[in-house]
Design a binder for this molecule. Structure first.
Ligand code: SAM
Length: 220
């Protein structure tokens, strides 16, 4: 995904709770058995424009941060925001990173949703699990496929109402990276994928409409 104009503003007006997500994700990881330790190595996978990095710097200035993203445009925006120093920047995917047993914790916000469920999601999650030390934790946040419900139409209408009330005035082209080419999966499928990737059962830590967050721990 190239860094679209106004990424941060659009995402805040599109996703209920987005403004608190990075804060919550960092606070959660901060309490984990391994990442609570001073100077813990933490991976921000798919750092985008750097929202999680800003929050990590603020809450845990002691963390050794690695930030990866395959998009040069996104990395440039994040570097300009955070400054180049003190963070290990890498233009790559999690799958290509080739790191094992290194990180005490990892954050992956709004990344898995853009990967097809044809082995690509599993490869991403497996690489994330492998990059963690045994017992390391991952905070994963993504758009999920909704459960079937006769009230689904109302939920979708409410999402549009939220966007209007937030003042979202983006064109279809500007919104496309956020609403098209996404592959949301249901909870049962996510549970199967994370199990196959090497994580224990996910604990839900966030939900706003169909955006959900989970805390996962690499099996020992
Ligand atoms: C919607 S943005 C989210 C950025 C940021 N985490 C946030 O919440 O604002 C998704 C990011 O994931 C990156 N990405 C896509 N596939 C990836 C992969 N396989 N490994 C790491 N990052 C990936 C994209 O380049 C993009 O910057």
């Amino acid at each position: 995904m190239a860094a679209p104009q106004g990424y941060d503003l659009i995402v805040q007006r599109l996703i209920p709770g987005y403004a608190s997500l990075a804060r919550l994700a960092v606070a959660l990881l901060s309490t984990s058995p391994l990442a609570s330790l001073p100077g813990a190595a933490v991976l921000v996978a798919g750092c985008g424009t750097g929202a999680e990095l800003v929050e990590a710097r603020s809450q845990r200035p002691d963390w050794q941060l690695s930030a990866i993203d395959p998009s040069a445009e996104m990395l440039d925006v994040a570097k300009a925001r955070l400054g180049g120093e003190g963070i290990g920047w890498q233009q790559t995917t999690v799958e290509a990173m080739g790191v094992s047993d290194r990180f005490a914790g990892a954050l992956s916000v709004l990344v898995l949703q853009s990967l097809p469920d044809d082995g690509t999601k599993l490869a991403f999650l497996t690489a994330l699990a492998r990059s963690l030390r045994p017992g390391g934790q991952l905070v994963l946040v993504d758009l999920m496929a909704p459960e079937r419900s006769p009230l689904l139409g109302q939920v979708e209408a409410a999402w549009l109402g939220f966007q209007r009330a937030s003042g979202l005035e983006a064109s279809e082209a500007e919104l496309a990276p956020f609403t098209q080419g996404l592959y949301p999966i249901g909870e049962a499928r996510l549970a199967a994928l994370v199990e196959a990737a090497g994580f224990g059962d996910p604990a839900r830590i966030f939900q706003a409409l169909n955006y959900e967050g989970f805390l996962l721990q690499r099996r020992a």
